[in-house]
Design a protein around this ligand. Structure first.
Ligand SMILES: [Zn+2]
Length: 174
């Protein structure tokens, strides 16, 4: 991504993510099955992803073996470390977790995400994708996952043809 096109509203967005991690680090139970404490850290990443820039943008946070964070920002639908490589050379494998956001809201692994995971899975313990009030956490060695949603449930509206079909079925039962 061309960093010059990036308009930042919260100049200290990376520090906020780092501070949040420093606060929860000693209390959280790791990344594979995020606990309530880990979720506070995930919430901060989501908040910065949706509020820190000119528009909601993907953020990724890579946590290495020594608990150092490597953070970058991308477009609304893509993020990489290109042009944001500062400090990456100190990374220590294996990565504990690769976290990234989907500002459009759905927490699932895209095709690109999936190939990243498959490329790194022997050197990475877990991956988390954050959506709107939801996340998916994935353990790389065996695929065991936690998918979590918290919010007020909204039933999607049924298409008209489904209502019509249900009326027909109801009629047959009588
Ligand atoms: Zn993704």
């Amino acid at each position: 991504m061309n960093i010059e096109e990036l308009e930042i509203k919260n100049e200290d967005w990376k520090e906020k993510i780092q501070e949040s991690f420093d606060r929860v680090k000693g209390l959280m139970q790791g990344f594979v099955f995020p606990c309530n404490i880990t979720e506070l850290f995930l919430d901060e990443i989501w908040k910065q992803s949706t509020e820190a820039f000119d528009k909601p943008r993907e953020i990724q946070v890579l946590i290495d073996a020594k608990d150092d964070l490597y953070i970058s920002v991308g477009t609304p639908s893509f993020v990489s470390f290109e042009n944001q490589e500062d400090g990456l050379e100190g990374m220590q494998l294996p990565y504990k977790c690769w976290i990234h956001t989907h500002p459009f809201g759905s927490a699932y692994f895209s095709g690109t995400d999936w190939s990243t995971i498959n490329t790194w899975k022997t050197l990475m313990e877990s991956a988390i994708v954050l959506g709107d009030r939801e996340y998916l956490a994935y353990r790389c060695d065996d695929g065991l996952s936690k998918k979590c949603y918290l919010g007020f449930y909204e039933q999607p509206a049924k298409p008209e043809w489904v209502n019509a079909a249900e009326d027909v079925l109801d009629g047959e039962e009588e």
